[in-house]
Design a protein. Structure first.
Length: 276
């Protein structure tokens, strides 16, 4: 059985992503591993009280009590959506979020991570959340960032932007394997700008390994890459938009937009980050 790691901070955003993770797990035939990470007080030497151990123990007890109270709520939430048959386990850790996630990924043999995000903000760091933004490039597994307005209705169409690089090819093969589990198609967009120096023969060579896969390629001439990709997400009814983790800076510029602009139409589109 596959495993999905779901880190939570007990927020409403996380709760929405939890329901998404459960629905994904039901289709994915996966177990959901719920993780909460808390940090102990960071005190300087001059601030150290005589009862430091008691303080740390008190924090741990409080966090344990919060987590213990939260677990039944998650089960109630699962029952509400008829998802209580999905296998769940729970992990509580203290320390750095990223380090804790890496540890659980290794110990539990996690296949992918599902995290909640803030939705429309006009800034990728806030859209993904600081924690999500940081883990995207640091974890060895796929990370699905789920906006707070996203609802799981199945994954039928996965979008992917490529400039025909070798890393993109590796990422696309991983995306194809993921798509196959859902019977989804992958729609690859290349925005043909004046500066993109790729010949037709090079494109054909790059696409050849995917001839028998459920992949469709779109070559769209335009110098406005951001606008073209955002229109593509909307026009092609993309359920999940995938990106290689090494292109995080590009996507930071892609999602840096005014709230009054077109950002509104794709705020419910989860982003799947692929490390290659």
């Amino acid at each position: 059985m596959k495993k999905i790691l779901f880190p939570t901070d007990f927020s409403e955003i996380a709760n929405n992503a939890f329901v998404y993770a459960l629905k994904l797990a039901r289709v994915y035939d996966a177990e959901v591993v719920v993780l909460h990470v808390f940090e102990l007080p960071n005190l300087t030497y001059t601030q150290l009280p005589d009862n430091l151990i008691e303080i740390y123990n008190s924090v741990e007890i409080d966090q344990f009590e919060n987590f213990k109270d939260y677990v039944p709520y998650l089960r109630t939430l699962a029952e509400k959506y008829n998802l209580d048959t999905v296998k769940m386990s729970h992990v509580l850790k203290h320390g750095n979020l990223l380090d804790a996630m890496k540890e659980v990924i290794q110990q539990e043999h996690i296949d992918m991570v599902v995290m909640g995000t803030k939705g429309a903000t006009g800034n990728l760091e806030v859209f993904l959340g600081t924690a999500t933004s940081n883990v995207i490039t640091a974890l060895p597994v796929m990370v699905l960032a789920v906006p707070d307005e996203a609802q799981f209705t199945g994954i039928k169409s996965i979008g992917f932007a490529t400039t025909f690089s070798e890393k993109d090819s590796v990422a696309l093969m991983k995306i194809v394997n993921f798509a196959t589990m859902f019977g989804a198609t992958v729609k690859c967009i290349t925005v043909k700008t004046d500066s993109l120096n790729v010949t037709p023969s090079e494109m054909d060579h790059w696409q050849k390994p995917f001839e028998k896969e459920p992949v469709t390629f779109f070559l769209i001439p335009d110098n406005d890459v951001k606008e073209t990709i955002l229109d593509f997400i909307h026009g092609q009814h993309i359920d999940v938009f995938a990106m290689p983790a090494h292109k995080r800076n590009f996507f930071k510029t892609l999602f840096t937009r005014s709230l009054t602009e077109k950002l509104s139409f794709h705020t419910d589109t989860p982003i799947l980050s692929i490390n290659v």
